[in-house]
Design a protein around this ligand. Structure first.
Ligand SMILES: Nc1ncnc2c1ncn2[C@@H]1O[C@H](COP(=O)(O)OP(=O)(O)OP(=O)(O)O)[C@@H](O)[C@H]1O
Length: 351
């Protein structure tokens, strides 16, 4: 449905997007995830046709819509965009807003589509309201209904929930996924919030400094990040130093762990490996002790920051059930439960 091949976007002095390649199939939901300034909005705008591209090709339905010397205008792409600020027409009712782009529909067809969409976005009976009489979340649902009304081939969403509060954001992200799947809409969303990406997307693209680092599902991003940037940006965790010794020997004294023999490391190589909070198991029986240096109560769990009592005094995170209630400076037993070791070359920046 959507295919990007080696796409670059440049402004006068800034190379905003560099050599991005990915594909999105019919009905798939993709999400571009990355920190502020990584180029995700520029890429979305290029797909919408608001930005021309400097290199590469963008195709929709196997038709070229953007290349260095050719550019199909946004209104000819059968693409709809939902912006973060809702952008509803204030002088039109909810029904008029949603029906705005349905030029070829009869009155009866418009009525039917508006009713159907309001039901889908959880606002049945809101036809005659005006935008100012709706909450932020409700306005964004109407904006979504309006964008989906004419059944676009591709729906683009630019941080659609960023002006809503955190709880509403999570709920809406989950609801939006159900709505998009119900209509079999292909969608590409931009966000800097990994929870939103996890809740929404079939496939996630992590971007850093204009480049697409990895394009895969949430599970693979978390468990098989391709580099340190992705490993740090997606999920919590810390890197610990180690040296390759056929197996990996950990200088933090946490044990010896086998690595994938095809990883290409040789004996004596300095490496770092990723330890997620759920890899550190609190175990009173264990002789490996760590000191509680910080704790944050999260209801069912407590997230501890622990200082290892061995070489380097490295700090790790540990997610423990909240009835394991330990105080600052207490020494607690831990063990490492690492199934797949995520190992990268050491750049010398880990203690
Ligand atoms: N219209 C523009 N003119 C010049 N430079 C721009 C323009 N829009 C974006 N940039 C620059 O391009 C780079 C990528 O910006 P972009 O907005 O695509 O990133 P982003 O990941 O979407 O960031 P944010 O989450 O803050 O919106 C940044 O360095 C930004 O300053």
């Amino acid at each position: 449905m959507l295919s990007l091949n080696n796409v670059s976007v440049a402004y006068q002095k800034t190379q905003a997007v560099q050599n991005v390649t990915f594909e999105l199939g019919v009905g798939q939901i993709g999400c571009l995830l990355g920190p502020s300034g990584c180029g995700k909005t520029s890429l979305l705008r290029a797909v919408a046709g608001f930005e021309k591209i400097a290199e590469g090709q963008i195709s929709l339905r196997q038709q070229l819509v953007s290349a260095k010397h050719s550019h199909v205008e946004p209104e000819k792409r059968r693409v709809a965009v939902v912006f973060q600020d809702y952008a509803l027409f204030p002088h039109l009712t909810v029904a008029q807003n949603i029906a705005f782009g349905l030029h070829e529909y009869t009155r009866a067809q418009k009525f039917q589509r508006v009713t159907e969409l309001l039901m889908l976005v959880g606002l049945p009976g809101y036809e005659r309201r005006y935008p100012h009489a709706l909450s932020g979340g409700q306005q964004q649902r109407v904006a979504l209904a309006r964008a989906m009304a004419a059944k676009p081939d591709l729906l683009l969403l630019d941080e659609p929930f960023s002006s809503l509060d955190a709880e509403l954001r999570d709920d809406l992200a989950k609801e939006l996924r159900v709505i998009l799947k119900h209509e079999n809409t292909t969608a590409l969303m931009v966000t800097h919030d990994q929870n939103e990406a996890f809740a929404m997307a079939d496939v996630i693209g992590v971007m850093d400094q204009g480049r697409l680092m990895q394009w895969t599902d949430a599970y693979a991003l978390y468990h098989r990040p391709v580099n340190r940037f992705v490993a740090s940006f997606v999920g919590d965790g810390v890197f610990l130093s180690a040296t390759i010794d056929n197996n990996i020997k950990l200088n933090s004294g946490l044990g010896v762990f086998p690595i994938n023999p095809e990883s290409g490391f040789k004996q004596g190589d300095k490496v770092v490996f990723l330890v997620r909070p759920d890899d550190i198991i609190h175990d009173d029986e264990s002789e490996t002790l760590a000191k509680v240096v910080d704790r944050s109560f999260q209801g069912s769990h407590i997230l501890y920051q622990l200082e290892l009592q061995h070489v380097g005094h490295a700090r790790v995170l540990c997610l423990a059930l909240s009835h394991h209630d330990h105080q600052l400076n207490e020494l607690i037993g831990i063990r490492l439960d690492l199934e797949h070791l995520i190992v990268f070359k050491d750049n010398g920046d880990v203690a």
